[in-house]
Design a protein around this ligand. Sequence first.
Ligand SMILES: Nc1nc2c(ncn2[C@@H]2O[C@H](COP(=O)(O)OP(=O)(O)OP(=O)(O)O)[C@@H](O)[C@H]2O)c(=O)[nH]1
Ligand SMILES: [Zn+2]
Length: 370
Amino acid sequence: MKGYTVPTAGQLVGTVLAVQANFYRVQLDGEQGIGNKEFDFIPVPSPQYPVPNLLCTRRTRLKKIGQQVMVGDRVIVEEPDWAGGRGAIAEVLPRQSELDRPAIANVHQILLVFAVADPPLEPVQLSRFLIKAESTGVDVLLCLNKCDLISPQEQQEISDHLFAWGYKPLFISVQNEINIHQVDEYLSNKVTVIAGPSGVGKSSLINGLIPDVNLRVGEVSGKLARGRHTTRHVELFEMRSGGLLADTPGFNQPDLDSSPEELIYYFPEARKRLEVASCRFSDCLHRDEPDCAVGSDWERYEHYLEFLDDMIAYQNYLKQQADPESTLKLKSKGKGQNQYEPKLESKKYRRVSRRVQVQNLQDLYTETEE
Ligand SMILES: Nc1nc2c(ncn2[C@@H]2O[C@H](COP(=O)(O)OP(=O)(O)OP(=O)(O)O)[C@@H](O)[C@H]2O)c(=O)[nH]1
Ligand SMILES: [Zn+2]
C-alpha cells in the first residue's frame, strides 16, 4: 500500500451515495484525487466500492439552517480523515433536479425497462410508466429486454409503434448479452434511476452493470434497494463505467398525480404538435374542443383520454376531500384504476394514506438521522 496524499488545492467535492444512520456515504470526484493515480487514499477500493468513499457527518451549521442532505446531493467535504475514511459535509451545492420517489437529487435520466415478452408488453402500462417518467422532467431512456424471445419482424413492429410515440427504444437481452455494453455506455458518468414493472429483468440487468452487487434474481429479498422494508431506502450504486445507478422500489402501476392540463405535454408526439400550433382555447383539454391543435389522429390518443379521466377523477376526489360534506369515497380497482363510491364512513383516501405512510416513514428516517 502506498502512502496517502491529501490534496491541498481546492475544495473536496463529492456525491452522496447513501444515507446510513447519522452518516452520509460520499463518493469524492475523480479530479479531487479519487481515480487519479497520484493519490492512493485509504479506504482502499473494494469490489463493493470501486471508488473509495468517505463516511461523513453533517456540519452543525447545516443542521441549524435546516439544510437536508439527500442521496445524489453534490456536497463539499471538509476535514477528511483519509486513514479513517471519514469527513464532514460542510455545504450542499444547488440541486439541478429532485425526484421524490425515490428521493434522489441531480438525477440525469430515468432508465425505463420493459420486456418485449414474458411478461407481455402492455401498451397502456408502458404508456403509464412513460408518462410518469416524463412528468419528472428528467430524460427518459427506454430499454426493451428479452429481445431473444421475439423475431426481428416483431421487433421492427414494436420499434415502429414506439417511434410514432416519440421514442427510440434500445432492444436488449440480458440473457444473451445483446446491447448490454450500449446500456453501460448510456449510463456512464451519469446518475440514472432504473424503473419498470416486475419480472422484466431489472435485477438481471443491474447484476450485469454493477460489480458484486449480488442481487438474487427472481427472489424477493436481497434485491437492490427493493424488497419488503427497503422502499424507503435509497442508494446510488457505482457502475464499472463510472455511472451511478439507483433502483426504484417495485411498483407495477405508477400513480399519475400531476394536473390534467399538464398531461398532454408528457406525450412527446402530442407535445410536438403544440410546439408548432396552439389550440383555440388556452384551457383546451384536447378532447373534442373546436380548433384543437392536438387532434385525435395519433396512436396513443386513447391512452391520453384514459389517463385524463383518471386525473380528472383524482382532482375531483381531492376537491371532495377538502369539502367536509363529501359523500364520495375512492375505491382502488388495482392496475391504477380508481372508482368513486358513496362514502359509508369517513375513511381516509387509501392510496394517499399509503403514500403518506411511506412519506412519514421517510420523514422518520430522515429525522432519526438528524
Ligand atoms: N428470455 C429472457 N429472460 C430474461 C432476460 N433477462 C431476464 N430474464 C428472466 O426474467 C425473469 C425476471 O428477471 P428479474 O431480473 O428478476 O426481473 P425484475 O425486473 O428485477 O423483477 P422484479 O424484481 O419483480 O421487479 C428471470 O427469470 C430472468 O432470468 C432476457 O434477456 N431474456
Ligand atoms: Zn387542444
